[in-house]
Each structure stands twice: as structure tokens, then as C-alpha cells.
Design a binder for this molecule. Sequence first.
Ligand SMILES: [Zn+2]
Length: 88
Amino acid sequence: MDLDRPHPFTPFPGTDAETFIQWKGTQVCLDLYCSCSPREPRHFDADFAYYLRCPACGAVYETGTQLKMRRLAADEQPAMEPAESVDE
Ligand SMILES: [Zn+2]
């Protein structure tokens, strides 16, 4: 990993591989644990969720472009077929 590359290529802490997501307006279902109430997640089912607003305190968050990736050992491989790169 090149630690000198700027955002959004800054390595995600603890990841086994770097990622960069270009959101394409897809649906998302997620829980936001805002710092105003970290034990009370706010649930979102939304389209175009590039930004989220906490309904409790009004804080606005930008949806990230990176994921924490965990490399699976051979005996952890899922039954479903993993997605293939479009570059191949
Ligand atoms: Zn909040």
C-alpha cells in the first residue's frame, strides 16, 4: 500500500485490500451510529444516500468510498460465486 496517496486512496485501517467505491445511486440499508447517540443506531433505507443526516442531532455525514476488506482463508470461501472484475 502507498501510504502517501491522498484521499480517497488513503488505506482504510485494518483492511486486507484497498477499495474505492464509485456510488451509482444504488439502494442502501444501513445503521448509522452517530456520536450523539452511539448506542442508538439510526436506520436508513434510502436511494442516493451520498449523504446522511442524523435525525437526532442534525449532523450530516458523507458516505465513504472505502470498505474494510477481509481476505478469506480457503476454508472460509462462500458458497455463492464472488463477483468478478470487469477488467478481466
Ligand atoms: Zn447525531
